[in-house]
Design a binder for this molecule. Structure first.
Ligand SMILES: [Fe+2]
Length: 198
């Protein structure tokens, strides 16, 4: 049995994130994850590395660090929403279409991410530099398939308007292409660079 390549063996650390996307949107989810700068392996179409278990087939395997190959730590998995989730999502979408007051509340909730991204729920990914964060935002903005499906924040640098902490550069991507929970609520991702030294 090969040794698990833990950087910090025995410590507790963030391990993986599990996302779902809508039926038929596997390619779109892959495009956004690649736009964020991750390496995406699709076991359904790509060569399967030896360390990929048999249960991996439904999932996109997303290496947050493109140079790494660990399939357990520092990874994201993304798979199609299962029937129970999707039926609920469709029922909610239909209700939103027919209930103006509910739709207004939904719009207010979604648009709050653009107004105050730091205060809304999200998961955060560490990036090596502000330039890489800007490059990710630019890749996403220039992907035509993602138009209307993502909201990109500005890049918050220390001392600039909206910056909340001088120790970090932050930017945010809000999307309904994938989510750790329900897609109609959307998912926000923080792209963060630490400036407080090693
Ligand atoms: Fe955050």
């Amino acid at each position: 049995m090969p040794q698990r390549p833990l950087v910090r063996p025995g410590t507790r650390m963030l391990n993986h994130i599990e996302l779902s996307y809508a039926p038929g949107e596997r390619r779109l989810a892959k495009l956004l994850l690649q736009g964020l700068g991750f390496r995406v392996l699709d076991p359904q179409t790509d060569d399967r590395p030896a360390n990929l278990g048999p249960a991996a087939t439904p999932f996109l395997i997303v290496y947050i660090d493109p140079a790494e190959g660990d399939v357990f730590d520092n990874v994201i998995y993304a798979s199609e929403a299962l029937a129970d989730q999707w039926r609920f999502e469709q029922a909610m979408r239909e209700r939103l279409t027919n209930d103006a007051a509910l739709a207004e509340l939904h719009d207010a909730y979604c648009s709050a991410h653009a107004r105050m991204p730091q205060a809304m729920t999200h998961f955060g990914i560490a990036y090596p530099s502000g330039e890489e964060v800007e490059a990710a935002l630019e890749r996403i903005a220039k992907t035509p398939e993602l138009e209307g499906r993502v909201t990109l924040s500005r890049v918050y640098r220390p001392g600039e308007p909206g910056s909340v902490d001088d120790r970090v550069i932050q930017a945010f991507v809000y999307t309904d292409v994938f989510s750790t929970n329900l897609l109609f609520g959307g998912q926000q991702i923080e792209l963060q660079v630490r400036l407080d030294g090693a």
